[in-house]
Design a protein around this ligand. Structure first.
Ligand SMILES: [Ca+2]
Ligand SMILES: [Ca+2]
Length: 225
């Protein structure tokens, strides 16, 4: 209950004395008047007991929400093999119906790692779409082990033939070869897939320089006899 507040003109009169008595009585009894509504939601700082907050700990440090971090990409630092060259492919192959021409192509592989590597070497020869020619697929699938910085040349014997050379006249075979660091990507680099993205990516996942893992060579060109 609050003390009556007298009008200004009667502040010195009876009303003023009544106000004075009321204020003195309030000071003696220690009564206070709550003049505001409590907050709708009590916070720890709204109420205390002997200075200590009631409820949860106001001084608690908020727990940080862990942030997901990306798994770092494993780099193949120091691992690099190279399919350096396809050489010895004849410019032309002269074929008659049922005829066979034998030849040899050389595949050059280099270990550019700083340690000994086992390297898968896969080689395809793709025949033209017309003429029923062979070979048309894998002609070599092997592994070599090379010391750091070493190079080797693998000879690949081949026999060219076309069922209908006239239909393939002027068209070329295509040689494709890859070097596979660790010799672990044969599943992704099967026959006729060496030029695909899946094979490229598989070769790249453990080779720090994927740009030199593959070589191609057009030839020989078929000349019908
Ligand atoms: Ca590999
Ligand atoms: Ca490489």
């Amino acid at each position: 209950m609050s003390c009556p507040y007298p009008r200004r003109q009667s502040f010195r009169g009876q009303a003023g004395r009544r106000l004075g008595r009321c204020l003195r009585r309030q000071r003696r009894t220690g009564r206070i008047e709550i003049t505001s509504e409590p907050p709708a939601t009590l916070q720890c700082f709204n109420w205390t007991i002997f200075g200590s907050p009631i409820g949860f700990d106001c001084d608690a440090t908020p727990t940080a929400t862990p942030t997901a971090t990306a798994t770092p990409t494993v780099t193949a630092a120091g691992h690099d093999d190279r399919l350096a060259r396809i050489s010895g492919v004849s410019r032309n192959v002269r074929l008659s119906s049922g005829g066979i021409v034998t030849d040899t192509t050389n595949i050059v592989v280099v270990n550019q790692s700083a340690h000994t590597d086992t390297i898968g070497v896969y080689v395809d020869v793709m025949a033209p779409a017309a003429g029923g020619c062979t070979p048309n697929g894998r002609v070599l699938e092997t592994t070599v082990t090379l010391a750091a910085g070493a190079k080797t040349t693998i000879s690949v014997p081949v026999s060219y033939s076309c069922a209908d050379p006239a239909a393939a006249n002027g068209l070329s075979f295509i040689w494709v070869a890859v070097a596979d660091h660790g010799a672990d990507d044969l599943a992704a680099c099967g026959p006729a897939t060496l030029q695909g993205v899946a094979c490229f990516n598989a070769l790249a996942d453990d080779d720090e320089d994927p740009a030199d893992n593959r070589a191609t060579r057009n030839g020989p060109r078929i000349v019908a006899q």
